[in-house]
Design a protein around this ligand. Structure first.
Ligand SMILES: O=C(O)CCC(=O)C(=O)O
Ligand SMILES: [Fe+2]
Length: 359
C-alpha cells in the first residue's frame, strides 16, 4: 500500500515556490489583493445565534450533540477532549518558533516541486489567481529530516513534540470517529471493516499542517486561506486565541469560529461526507487575516488507509435514501481534488450536475 507521502506525490499541484517575506511588506501587493465585494463573501455578524456548537465530550449525550452539529453545520468545537493543554502550547510554540525564523532559513526546508512535506504556500494556492496571506509547513511521517534543516541542534526536541502530538491526535480522532458513527447508527465494528480489529482505526493516515497568518497591512482586501473543504474524514484544528477561521453555512453565510480557550475545532471532511451519504456535509471554510496579531493554527488531517474504498455506509442507503456517492479511495480522491478542487465531491456524485455541492 502506498504511503501518504507517495499518494500526495502522485497528485502534484503546482504551487509557486518563491514568495516574499510577508513580515517585510508595508503594503498589500497587487498579487495579494482579493476583491470580496460579492454579498455572499461578507461575514454574517447579524445573528448571535449563529455560533458553531461547542460540545463537552464528557456530556452523556455527546454523540447526539455531535450528530446534530455535523448535520446542521459540518463543524463543531470540543472541550474536555483529553489533549493536555501543555501539549497544545508546545505545538503552538513550535509553530511560532518555526515561522519566526528568517525567510532564507525557512526556505532551507522548502517543499520540493512534487513533494508534500516542508515549508511553503498552501497547496490550494494553485487554484487561485491571487496569493494568500499565509505560510505553511506540512508534516507527513517523521519530520526529522526537515527539522534537521531548520534546527540542527534541537531537531530531536521538536520531533518529540510532533510525535507526541500526532499520537494524541490519533487517539482523539478514533474517539471522534466512533462518536460520529454512533450518531449515524453505525455502532458495530463489523459495520466498518476497514476500521480494523476492535474498530480502532489503527490504520488511519494523517498529515499535520502548521499555518501562520502574519499581521497584514490591508486585511480587508487580503485572504489568509481561500474557501475550501478538507479532503479528509475529519480534521482536528487547534487555533491560537486569534479569530480568523470562518465557516460557510447555507442560508446564513460566513460565520466566524470564535476561539474557545483549550478547545479544538472539528471539521467534517469530504470522505465523511461520502461515508455518511451526504448526511454530514463537509464544511466550506476560509481564513481571514488581521492588522495586529499573527494567527497560528495546527490542522491534523485524518483520513483512512489510502487504498480503502470509501462509500456511503449500507445502513444509510435504502429505498428512501438513494445512494448519492460512488466508492472512492483517499488516493483517488486526492487526485480528483488536485484536478477539480472544490468540485471534486460533485465528480463522485452518482447523479446530478457539477453545481450541486457548491452554491
Ligand atoms: O487556519 C485555520 O484555521 C484553518 C486551516 C485549514 O483550513 C487547513 O489547514 O486546511
Ligand atoms: Fe482546511
Amino acid at each position: 500500500m502506498p504511503s501518504l507521502s507517495e499518494v500526495y506525490r502522485a497528485h502534484p499541484v503546482h504551487v509557486q515556490h518563491k514568495h516574499p517575506d510577508l513580515n517585510s511588506l508595508q503594503e498589500l501587493p497587487e498579487s495579494y489583493t482579493w476583491t470580496t465585494t460579492q454579498p455572499q463573501d461578507q461575514t454574517n455578524n447579524n445573528n448571535l445565534n449563529h455560533t458553531v456548537p461547542v460540545i463537552d465530550l464528557n456530556h452523556p449525550n455527546a454523540s447526539n450533540l455531535i450528530g446534530h452539529a455535523c448535520r446542521t453545520w459540518g463543524v463543531y468545537q470540543v472541550l474536555n477532549h483529553g489533549v493536555p493543554i501543555t501539549l497544545l502550547h508546545d505545538i503552538q510554540r513550535l509553530g511560532e518558533t518555526l515561522f519566526s525564523l528568517p525567510s532564507h532559513h525557512k526556505h532551507r526546508a522548502a517543499r520540493s516541486p512534487d513533494g508534500v512535506d516542508g515549508y511553503g504556500l498552501a497547496r490550494i494556492s494553485s487554484f487561485f489567481p491571487k496569493l494568500m496571506w499565509s505560510e505553511g509547513f506540512t508534516i507527513v511521517g517523521s519530520p526529522l529530516h526537515r527539522f534537521r534543516q531548520l534546527w540542527p541542534q534541537d531537531c530531536h526536541k521538536y520531533c518529540d513534540i510532533v510525535m507526541q502530538y500526532d499520537e494524541t491526535m490519533k487517539k482523539l480522532a478514533e474517539k471522534l470517529m466512533w462518536l460520529m458513527l454512533e450518531s449515524l447508527g453505525i455502532t458495530e465494528e463489523e459495520d466498518l471493516k476497514w476500521a480494523g480489529a476492535k474498530g480502532q482505526f489503527k490504520k488511519t493516515c494523517a498529515a499535520l499542517q502548521l499555518n501562520s497568518y502574519p499581521t497584514c497591512p490591508d486585511p480587508d482586501r487580503a485572504m489568509g486561506l481561500a474557501a475550501h473543504t478538507d479532503s479528509t474524514l475529519l480534521t482536528i484544528l487547534y487555533q491560537n486565541n486569534i479569530s480568523g477561521l470562518q465557516v460557510h453555512r447555507k442560508g446564513t453565510g460566513w460565520v466566524t469560529v470564535a476561539p474557545v480557550p483549550g478547545g479544538l475545532v472539528i471539521n467534517v471532511g469530504d470522505l465523511l461526507h461520502i461515508l455518511s451519504n451526504g448526511l454530514y456535509p463537509s464544511v466550506l471554510h476560509r481564513v481571514l487575516v488581521n492588522r495586529v496579531k499573527q494567527r497560528l493554527s495546527v490542522a491534523y488531517l485524518c483520513g483512512p488507509p489510502p487504498n480503502v474504498e470509501i462509500c456511503p455506509h449500507e445502513n444509510l442507503v435504502g429505498p428512501n435514501q438513494p445512494r448519492l456517492y460512488k466508492s472512492v479511495t483517499w488516493n483517488e480522491y486526492l487526485g480528483m481534488k488536485a484536478k477539480h478542487f472544490n468540485k471534486a465531491l460533485s465528480t463522485v456524485r452518482v447523479c446530478g450536475g457539477m453545481n450541486e455541492e457548491m452554491d
